[in-house]
Design a protein around this ligand. Structure first.
Ligand SMILES: Cc1cc2nc3c(=O)[nH]c(=O)nc-3n(C[C@H](O)[C@H](O)[C@H](O)COP(=O)(O)OP(=O)(O)OC[C@H]3O[C@@H](n4cnc5c(N)ncnc54)[C@H](O)[C@@H]3O)c2cc1C
Length: 341
């Protein structure tokens, strides 16, 4: 049986991890990742990549938990391997703090992260403006290191990377048998999905090597995430804003909010401003679709719309996208037994 030709559109964390999952799960296929931008120019490169999930209102919690657990397990294995440094993946401990006591006793992901517990009175003394907090150890997966690492793995497994902008998925037919759409915010134009929109995020990457713990305000708006080569300070959320130019006023506000939580950051240096557009959607689109035109059919697997928390669930959703793709491959092979597939 001949090889099935698969095009994965998009080279952010979703495109690359999906390509890798397909190469592991689906035999006899060739994979080409096609994207107008690769690392370091994607939204995924901007993300500090902390594994503290955001809820997707249209997705059942058990599904979100399954994706998070699969992602946590996958990254935990990398963190415990010789690859950890190159992949930018490491364990990190810290605190999520609240100015009001949250209504839910513990978040749905509390038993996936390590050592989740209520902060003690002594720990809370560090944050006099906050009345409640949660301490735990999670993982951090820095986009700017993890993406090049994924690219390398995709190439090692025989995949190819191609720089090209796709205006219409039909451009990929008949060169490819199946398309996987991981174009993130690009799906708004590429497949006309008006449910996806940008939520602009600005952050600072600074040198402050003495800061070792993460600190996250319960709202998620202010955060301090130490990483392999810098500390990320955030953040901002501007719905519907497409502007990729850093705003000096927002940067000043971020620094002042972070210094209020961690005063030693007044001594941070080498401050770099970064902006990314979160691909927001009420629910992640993980779906098969069979496009039809002039009697031809093009199977497409959609995998996009991860908003603020793509790194938290990427491996779980990529595995699911690979399973959907596997179903398309089977359908193709059954419907065309004598074809070249
Ligand atoms: C400031 C900020 C902080 C964040 N922090 C975290 C965090 O700590 N933890 C976490 O889990 N998540 C975080 N996120 C969210 C996370 O970054 C996203 O959920 C994730 O990166 C989305 O990945 P993606 O691959 O879908 O999109 P992208 O990274 O945007 O990739 C889309 C790809 O598709 C390509 N593309 C688009 N249209 C076309 C086209 N027509 N033709 C060809 N190629 C196309 C693009 O070039 C790109 O390569 C953060 C986001 C931001 C902005």
């Amino acid at each position: 049986m001949d090889t099935v030709r698969i095009a994965v559109v998009g080279a952010g964390v979703m495109g690359l991890s999906t390509a890798l999952c397909i190469s592991k799960l689906v035999p006899q296929c060739s994979i080409t990742v096609i994207s107008d931008k690769f690392s370091p120019d994607t939204t995924s490169d901007v993300a500090p990549g902390i594994l503290i999930p955001h809820a997707y209102p249209e997705t059942p919690i058990h599904k979100q938990k399954q994706w998070f657990r699969e992602t946590f397990d996958h990254l935990f294995a990398i963190a415990n391997s010789a690859e950890a440094g190159e992949a930018g993946v490491h364990l990190i401990s810290g605190w999520q703090i609240f100015q009001n006591i949250p209504t839910e006793e513990a978040p749905f992901w509390a038993d996936v992260v390590l050592g989740f517990r209520k902060m003690t009175e002594v720990e809370l003394k560090k944050f006099p403006q906050h009345v409640f907090g949660q301490a735990f150890t999670t993982l951090k997966c820095e986009g700017s290191a993890y993406l090049p690492w994924l690219e390398k793995r995709v190439k090692e497994s025989g995949g190819q990377l191609l720089t090209r902008r796709i205006e219409d998925l039909w451009e990929l037919h008949p060169s490819f048998d199946i398309v996987v759409n991981c174009s993130g915010l690009g799906s708004r134009e590429l497949v006309g999905d008006l449910k996806i929109f940008p939520v602009r995020g600005q952050l600072l990457k600074v040198q402050a090597p003495w800061v070792k713990h993460f600190i996250r305000d319960g709202s998620g708006l202010t955060y301090i995430y130490p990483g392999v080569s810098n500390v990320s300070l955030g953040g901002s959320r501007q719905k519907g804003d497409w502007n990729l130019v850093p705003d000096a006023e927002i940067s000043r506000d971020i620094l002042s909010r972070c210094c209020a939580l961690e005063p030693s950051l007044h001594g941070a240096c080498d401050i770099k401003e970064k902006v990314g557009l979160r691909p927001f959607r009420a629910g992640i689109r993980l779906q098969k679709e069979f496009l039809a035109r002039n009697g031809r059919r093009l199977p497409v697997v959609h995998h996009y719309g991860h908003g603020s928390g793509g790194f938290c669930v990427h491996w779980g959703t990529a595995l699911e996208a690979a399973r959907l793709l596997s179903e398309c491959v089977q359908a193709l092979r059954t419907s065309t037994p004598n074809s070249k597939l």
